[in-house]
Design a protein around this ligand. Structure first.
Ligand code: ADP
Ligand code: MG
Length: 707
């Protein structure tokens, strides 16, 4: 191994702490480790920017350093003593002195080679936090390097890079410095544009970030508000906006069957609905209708808080597809939810002579075969089901519209698989190039900036109004040891004719344990409330069993429904107006919001009791407080984003998130808007700039966006 690696083993504090692991590491090729960090070429390396910096540009005397309080300093001296001590524990004690004083370095873990390297008389440059300890002025695990007398100090700050396992800073620094010396530095943006946008040119910005001069505003560097950072973030966001718009253009170049007709089915469906659409429902429906009339595929996300009435909008979109002579499909993530959609929609549609088919994984073979035949022949105009719909055996006659409920529950691949089923390959007349329109629904509201930057090419419609006559839900946070009072309250509510959900704790580490808890809770409540009928529903029950229980609850025959999180999504029983959630501290915010949304659907005032087991951690406290303070799904999503950050908020499955390394959507919203406007202008007037910019910033990564 060449020199850099050796120097690093000695230089890096962490290396000194974990000698065993380092020592044992197989000598994997450093180039492979670079590739693991996504660093394949010079530009990748140039855009691998430091996390922070170390100031090695100045030296202090040991005497001076000892006078300062606790802070990181760099000193230089000669080793006067180097010993292994065994009390109070085994450690390497090295004394270094200069004309002004002495300093003790302590290493609790060390290599034998280190002891040899630090022999008496060796000159060292030592950097670390100086404290006054048992040995006088001391540094524990400082960084150090062996130097010759009069060795020059660096004149720029030393970058510290994000590094992978076993990849040393020294190796990275060298690789990056080499890359910078070879780089094609052309600016992708013309000077006039930089001037208008008040942006730094590319080369000086990148160079400054790697090797900032000592007088740089270090705070601005760390906060990433320095103009050099702004240029990086802008370029990154611009690349993202450009590729989003390109994806959009590519979608528009595809063909779909236009679904222009709103005829008999639509009109009659509106007539049989037991309510009038809200203004918000009318508005989003108009947006969807306009998309469906086009002969390129719709890709629209319908967002609406829990209970805002997305199902009926979906049904009306399906009606338009059917009126236009195509089939529509609705896929939901759980059996309970899909089944409920099926019942509701079949009850609306079947009297209008529309064939509705049901498809699920647990279906009996005969029923399934029959459903598949109807789907293929086109007798079924609307198909509702779970992800069983994605299977190869499912063949549509002419699918025009795909609707995915609770879309965030599905992976990108699953959604694509359903979309690819638009036609029957056995039919020579079929238009193999046609892609069905796609409507996705979600109750997890995604703040606008996130939607704009994280989702691939997606139009968004928002239902921002609840149906009339809903009364607000009051939420209380209650200590678990007051469970008896809560049971009393459940009893009183049931006697008033209300129905109750009792949600069992989430036990992520063990499904078996979770089932056990649900069964135990059911037994305990049945014993405590002998005059009430208590039902139990959990994920491991057979679908028919689940269905019997859910139906009993819908009819009002069951007073209290003990449930695991299977009821989280979509279940709709308007007479349920009390919800108890046990161990609420274990749930995430959006999950709590979804659960709570099961009540407050009728006109009765609803209550949600969040039982918790103290003591609560910081984020759990924040989550429960948020639930108590607001029922507004958008506000909850916003706070969730604050608590968790965008990556986690959207989950690893979502596209696009791998794209943003530098920009932070919480602070850089203004830049997102700038980038969007610039992207628009460039696409119109300067396609060559677009190509260059995308090549630099995305390389081969554009696929993240093609969803
Ligand atoms: P979500 O948006 O959570 O999927 P649903 O579609 O399940 O909401 O609707 C929630 C409840 O509101 C259902 O009982 C539904 O029938 C009812 N609903 C939907 N739209 C209206 C409306 N315009 N007026 C009154 N009730 C409505
Ligand atoms: Mg729903």
């Amino acid at each position: 191994m060449p020199a850099p690696a050796k120097k690093t083993a000695a230089k890096k504090t962490t290396a000194a702490r974990t000698p065993a692991r380092k020592g044992a590491a197989a000598p994997a090729k450093p180039e492979n480790k670079l590739a693991k960090l996504g660093l394949h070429n010079d530009m990748d390396l140039a855009l691998h920017l430091p996390l922070r910096y170390e100031d090695e540009t100045t030296l202090m005397t040991i005497g001076e350093a000892a006078m300062r309080g606790l802070q990181t300093v760099q000193v230089e001296g000669v080793v006067t003593k180097c010993d292994v001590q065994f009390r109070p524990r085994r450690q390497l004690i090295v004394t270094v002195g200069d004309d002004s004083g002495q300093l003790t370095m302590r290493f609790l873990n060390f290599y034998g080679s280190q002891q040899r390297q630090l022999a008496e008389g060796t000159r060292l440059r030592v950097r670390g936090e100086l404290r006054h300890g048992f040995f006088g002025a001391e540094m524990v695990h400082p960084q150090y390097k062996v130097v010759n007398e009069g060795a020059p100090l660096p004149d720029v700050l030393t970058p510290v890079y994000p590094a992978g396992e076993g990849l040393s800073q020294a190796y990275l620094r060298k690789a990056i410095a080499n890359a910078l010396s070879r780089l094609d530095w052309h600016d992708t943006l013309p000077p006039s544009m930089l001037e208008t946008l008040k942006l730094s040119p590319f080369e000086p910005a990148v160079r400054l970030l790697h090797n900032p001069p000592p007088d740089v505003d270090e705070h601005a560097l760390i906060e990433r508000s320095h103009p050099a950072w702004i240029r990086m973030k802008f370029d990154e966001l611009l690349a993202q906006q450009l590729s989003l718009k390109r994806a959009q253009a590519a979608r528009r170049a595809k063909t779909s069957r236009a679904l222009p007709v709103t005829g008999r089915i639509t009109a009659e469906l509106i007539k049989v609905l037991p309510f009038k659409l809200t203004g918000a429902q009318e508005r989003v429906l108009e947006e969807i209708r306009a998309d469906l009339r086009e002969s390129f595929p719709m890709q629209r996300l319908l967002q609406g808080d829990v209970g805002s009435g997305k199902t009926v909008v979906a049904a009306l979109a399906a009606a338009q597809a059917i009126d236009s002579g195509c089939q529509a499909v609705l896929m939901a993530p759980t059996e309970i939810l899909a089944e409920q959609h099926f019942r509701k929609i079949a009850a609306w549609m079947e009297p209008l002579d529309v064939g509705v088919a049901w498809l699920s994984g647990s279906q009996k073979k005969k029923e399934k075969t029959e459903a598949l035949a109807h789907i293929e022949s086109g007798a079924a105009r609307l198909v509702v089901g779970t992800h069983a719909l994605i299977q190869d055996t499912v063949q549509f006659e002419n699918l025009g519209l795909v609707i995915v409920d609770e879309q965030h529950r599905f992976g990108v691949g699953q959604r694509l698989a359903l979309r690819n089923k638009s036609f029957n390959p056995a039919d020579p007349q079929a238009d193999a190039a046609a892609v069905p329109h796609q409507l996705m629904m979600s109750a997890t509201p995604i703040p606008r900036t996130l939607a704009m930057t994280y989702y691939a090419d997606l139009e968004v419609s928002v239902i921002d109004e609840l149906p009339p006559g809903r009364s607000p839900i009051v939420t209380r946070v209650i200590d678990q040891n007051r469970r008896d009072e809560v049971i009393e309250r459940v009893h009183a509510a049931a006697q008033e004719g209300k129905q109750i959900y009792w949600v069992c704790p989430l036990i992520e580490e063990s499904e078996a344990l979770q089932l056990q808890t649900a069964t135990d809770t059911h037994a305990a409540l049945s014993a405590a409330l002998p005059d009430l009928s208590i039902g139990l529903v959990h994920g491991r029950m057979k679908p028919v069993e689940k269905q019997i229980v859910m139906e009993g609850f819908s009819r009002g025959a069951i007073h209290v429904l003990v449930a695991t999180t299977v009821i989280e999504v979509g279940v709709d029983v308007p007479n349920a107006s009390l919800m108890v959630i046990e161990h609420a501290e274990r749930f995430g915010l959006s999950q709590l919001h979804q659960l709570r949304g099961r009540v407050g659907r009728g006109s009765a005032a609803s209550v949600c009791l969040l039982l918790y087991q103290g003591p609560l951690g910081g984020t759990a406290k924040q989550r429960l407080a948020t639930m108590r303070e607001t029922t507004d799904g958008f506000e909850i999503a916003r706070r969730d984003l604050d608590i968790r950050g965008p990556g986690e908020f959207l989950g690893a499955r979502q596209s696009g998130e791998a794209m943003l390394r530098f920009a932070d959507l919480a602070t850089d919203q203004w830049l997102v808007e700038k980038a969007r406007d610039t992207a628009q202008a460039l696409l119109q007037h300067a396609p060559d700039i677009v190509d260059r910019h995308l090549a630099r910033w995305l390389g081969g990564r554009e696929d993240f966006l093609k969803v």
